[in-house]
Design a protein around this ligand. Structure first.
Ligand SMILES: [Zn+2]
Length: 220
């Protein structure tokens, strides 16, 4: 119970501090089962936003959750239909969340950039994010690492979890984006349940129990 309250407090605090575009949005957030660390969905007007954080992230430190949620909020806040993960990361850094995003990437097992869509897009890794920080932000990041007793290591085990899933409801269809790959389905009013199943080098995308497509993992 208390965890749920903390999550929604955290997300509203972030909106107040740095996401004026979303101040009118009705944002609901909860923990749950998802195939990625977080799933975010919104309708085109960003009036209703839903975020689900995977149960795995319940154990994350608040600093890492802050980084994750900043990235998620940057998706709808950019108000563009062509969402790139790199652009979303840069948006979160520009809004001042660089140190938290850096910490989050260590929790997510991304020391180096995570290349997706055969190099057309990427999630910034800890090292790239660090390079984007100004002096104050660097001091802040170092203080967070000390506080969390985190030692950044290139050997950080890459986690086999997708970073996040983006679901956009537009006028006549719902678009689902995972690791930069897009899948269009008939318009859903509710948030569809998106699961992924990995078989050898292929990830199958399953929406509400129905396979809607797949992508190859060999390029990352
Ligand atoms: Zn994302």
């Amino acid at each position: 119970m208390s965890e749920k309250i903390e999550l929604s407090e955290l997300v509203h605090r972030l909106v107040e501090i740095a996401y004026p575009e979303l101040i009118q949005s009705n944002i609901k957030i909860q923990w749950g089962r998802t195939s990625s660390f977080a799933t975010i969905s919104w309708s085109q007007d960003t009036k209703d936003i839903r975020i689900r954080c995977s149960n795995e992230t319940r154990h994350w430190h608040e600093a890492a959750l802050t980084g994750l949620l900043a990235h998620e909020l940057s998706h709808p806040a950019q108000c563009i239909t062509n969402q790139s993960e790199r652009g979303t990361d840069l948006d979160a850094v520009e809004r001042g969340f660089g140190p938290y995003l850096g910490v989050e990437r260590l929790f997510a097992g991304k020391y180096e950039d995570h290349i997706i869509r055969r190099g057309k897009d990427r999630y910034l890794g800890y090292r790239s994010i660090r390079n984007l920080l100004n002096e104050n932000e660097m001091t802040h990041l170092n203080a967070l690492l000390t506080q969390l007793k985190l030692v950044p290591s290139m050997k950080t085990k890459r986690q086999n979890v997708h970073h996040d899933t983006v679901i956009i409801h537009s006028a006549n269809r719902t678009t689902i984006q995972i690791e930069g790959h897009k899948f269009e389905i008939a318009l859903r009013k509710e948030v569809p349940e998106v699961r992924t199943v990995v078989k050898e080098n292929t990830t199958f995308v399953i929406v509400d129990g129905e396979e809607v497509g797949f992508f190859n993992n060999s390029n990352d």
